[in-house]
Design a protein around this ligand. Structure first.
Ligand code: GLU
Length: 444
């Protein structure tokens, strides 16, 4: 691809973004960045009843948190006159037509077709109404909804960026309703109008949109525009099946509040469902560099929170102090961060380890022999570049203890627990005076 590309993420602000939605956003962002193109945020808010401003704001915040800043934002609710004009042109060209069936009538038609073993395709009865019949409906006060007339002579074909060559016979599809009787829009036509106006070159979305694409391709053509490139990614499923069941807990905002690092979510979602390995890559440029639709699989990708936790830990273990300053406990400096970082699965765990450094610590009750050993440790403690190794070295000689008998009581006395960060890194942070005081206290 050499010409500049424009991709877009087009959420309907009717709920919080979850990992599935944001994965599509991320892939569009990566596609745009990979080719030096633009990434647009388009708010699909033509549904006045269900759209909420708070969800628009949440979507912006989620994108910003993940570093997926859009190069522009558009809103469908501000573009209604544009859709009206496109609709008028299509109507004048005979590509949209009024239909008067009620939902019950349509349902009955479907049942009859299915009963006869026929596919439930809209029979176009409304297309064949005479002017007089239409006038009669209007006189009865029945407002029409509007259907887009598919061109049955124009086979629908595209090379899908993920699914490969696609073919649909328009005669096997129903003319889609594009506008309701109250004048409101269904998503399909405004979306195609926008993709044309906004110069969208690439539409990358979930495979639940494949049949919409078939219909929209004819809309692009009917409006005199070349359709964009399309690619449909396999959906994301949760460990227990459909994601929709757990949408609340798997919202981007919920993961943020749980203390997941944005880099971890990005690293996971960037590669999930592709043939490329999921790796703790904290630098988005590296992920962008390797982005390739050809590696996307057809099978549903499985989102597992355990993977996210693992990746979160691995990302934390490499994050430099500069990336976390302001989010770590007060007083925690670079050396402390580097000592504690290998033990974290969430950044919030840093507080607990920082308390281990600053004290006080809860020590177990030691037996008399261990107390004597710890008293010896307090006396032998001397400060150097590497106080832990000098202490354990001298103590080994002096006490004859080794292995667990040597290290465990020291650990328990100094940090109040059996395991944790490398003591060689922790001890300098605790400091000589405090370390001696802890050993003396343990020695009772
Ligand atoms: N608002 C539509 C949706 O959320 C957009 C689909 C598209 O990307 O065209 O499903």
């Amino acid at each position: 691809m050499s010409a500049p590309i424009t991709a877009r993420f087009a959420p309907s602000p009717t709920g919080l973004l979850h990992v599935g939605n944001i994965r599509t956003a991320l892939h569009n962002w990566m596609l745009a960045k990979r080719h030096g193109g633009r990434f647009l945020l388009r708010i699909d808010d033509t549904d006045k009843e269900r759209s909420r401003e708070e969800y628009v704001e949440a979507a912006r915040l989620d994108l910003a948190w993940l570093g997926l800043e859009p190069d522009g934002e558009e809103r469908q609710s501000l573009r209604l006159p544009v859709y009206e004009a496109a609709f008028d042109r299509l109507r004048a060209a005979g590509r949209v037509y009024p239909a008067y069936e009620t939902a019950q009538e349509l349902e009955l038609k479907r049942k009859i077709q299915l009963g006869r073993g026929l596919p439930p395709i809209y029979d176009r009865a409304a297309l064949h109404l005479t002017d007089a019949e239409r006038a009669e409906k209007e006189a009865q006060g029945i407002a029409p909804h509007w259907r887009f007339r598919l061109d049955h002579d124009q086979p629908i074909e595209w090379i899908d960026g993920i699914r490969g060559p696609q073919h649909f016979d328009p005669a096997q599809l129903s003319d889609p309703v594009v506008r309701r009787a109250d004048g409101s829009w269904l998503y399909m036509l405004p979306s195609a109008v926008d993709d044309i106006d906004m110069g969208v070159t690439d539409v990358l979305r979930g495979e639940d949109h494949v049949s919409n694409t078939a219909l929209q391709i004819q809309m692009f053509t009917a409006m005199g525009a070349a359709p964009p490139r399309f690619a449909h990614e396999a959906l994301l499923v949760g460990t227990e099946g459909k994601l929709s069941k757990r949408l609340g807990s798997l919202s981007v905002g919920a993961l943020r509040e749980q203390g997941i690092e944005p880099q971890a979510l990005v690293a996971l979602l960037a590669r999930l469902g592709t043939s490329q390995p999921v790796e703790p890559i904290a630098n988005p440029a590296a992920l962008v560099e390797s982005f390739d639709l050809a590696t996307f699989g057809r099978a549903p990708a499985r989102f597992d929170e355990a993977d996210l936790d693992r990746l979160n830990a691995a990302i934390l273990h490499q994050l430099p102090y500069a990336d976390v300053v302001g989010r770590v406990p007060e007083g925690m400096d670079e050396a402390a961060w580097e000592a504690i970082r290998p033990n974290l699965t969430r950044l919030s765990d840093a507080a607990e380890w920082w308390r281990v450094v600053t004290g006080p610590v809860d020590q177990p009750e030691f037996d008399a022999e261990t107390k004597a050993f710890l008293a010896q440790a307090a006396t032998l403690l001397s400060w150097s570049e590497d106080p832990w190794h000098s202490l354990t070295g001298t103590l080994k000689q002096a006490s004859g203890r080794k292995g667990k008998a040597l290290f465990l009581p020291l650990r328990q006395a100094l940090i109040g627990r059996d395991s944790g960060p490398d003591m060689a890194a922790l001890l300098p942070l605790i400091g000589e005076r405090e370390a001696r005081a802890r050993l003396e206290r343990a020695a009772g």
